[in-house]
Design a protein around this ligand. Structure first.
Ligand SMILES: Nc1ncnc2c1ncn2[C@@H]1O[C@H](COP(=O)(O)OP(=O)(O)OP(=O)(O)O)[C@@H](O)[C@H]1O
Length: 244
């Protein structure tokens, strides 16, 4: 992984085999009163540094809900959810925002900003970190784009990039600040099988180099082999925890 020289920023170290996510008895419901519908039931799951965990399950089984809870994008209602040793049940907004800095998000729709170049899209994510100067952010963004094979595309806008290239920019953006956890929701859904394979191989390589954990939601059976473990959600229950 090319790292820009002289960059002081370093998120809290997480030695390999140490738990990045610890979930115990997590439950979640949407709606209130008669309209209340429970989506997640008694979820228990631990994800360690360096591990790639794939989450599968039928549509509507609760995968995205679980991912957004772990990603501090919605509040925990019941049970325990710890990310980087921080309990999220009862955590305030400031804690959630702080933790999000150590999480990289990659979604099916790459969510790049169309009016920013590839480099500016990656740089923007680094600007969440007050200790990184704009000059450092620029160097880190360029370094990360080179690492995903887009060294020639710093100044290209998303509309001029292919689907695979856009997803590479999204990966560069997610990994640029060396997150401890990557959450990926259907990252290959919009890609053909060859490009999808390249994208997950790249995620695997970069994550291994950085020692971060990956939780990846997918329906794509062609990429299951990158997982260390596959967990399966069925009607809101984690019914399978398969070690490969
Ligand atoms: N904000 C919300 N308000 C009410 N219900 C919701 C909300 N978000 C999700 N749901 C419901 O929760 C259930 C689980 O949704 P979720 O998106 O987590 O499933 P999923 O397994 O990710 O599905 P898919 O594979 O189709 O993306 C669904 O029945 C969905 O309609």
């Amino acid at each position: 992984m090319p790292t820009a020289p002289g960059i002081a920023f370093s998120p809290p170290a997480t030695p390999l085999s140490e738990a990045v996510v610890v979930i115990e008895g997590l439950e979640h419901a949407f709606g209130e009163g008669d309209l209340c519908k429970q989506i997640l039931f008694d979820i228990n799951l631990t994800i360690r540094a360096g591990e790639i965990v794939i989450l599968t399950g039928p549509s509507g089984s609760g995968k995205t809900t679980l991912l957004t809870l772990i990603g501090c994008l919605r509040s925990v209602q019941q049970g325990s959810l710890q990310v980087l040793e921080q309990e999220l049940n009862g955590a305030n907004k400031a804690t959630q925002i702080q933790l999000r800095r150590y999480i990289g998000y990659i979604f099916q729709a790459h969510n790049l900003l169309e009016f920013l170049t590839a480099r500016q899209n990656v740089q923007m994510a680094l600007e969440l970190h007050p200790q990184i100067s704009p000059k450092q952010a620029k160097t880190m963004a360029e370094s990360m784009l080179s690492a995903v094979g887009l060294g020639e595309k710093f100044h290209t806008y998303p509309h001029a990039l292919s689907g695979g290239q856009k997803q590479r920019v999204a990966i560069a953006r997610a990994l640029a600040s060396h997150p401890r956890l990557i959450l990926a929701d259907e990252p290959t859904a919009a890609l053909d099988s060859k490009t999808g394979r390249e994208v997950v191989d790249l995620m695997q390589k970069l994550a291994q180099e950085q020692g971060c954990a990956i939780l990846l939601v997918t329906h794509d059976h062609r990429i299951l082999d990158i997982a260390d473990r596959i967990v399966h959600l069925e009607d809101g229950y984690l019914v399978q925890d398969q070690v490969l």
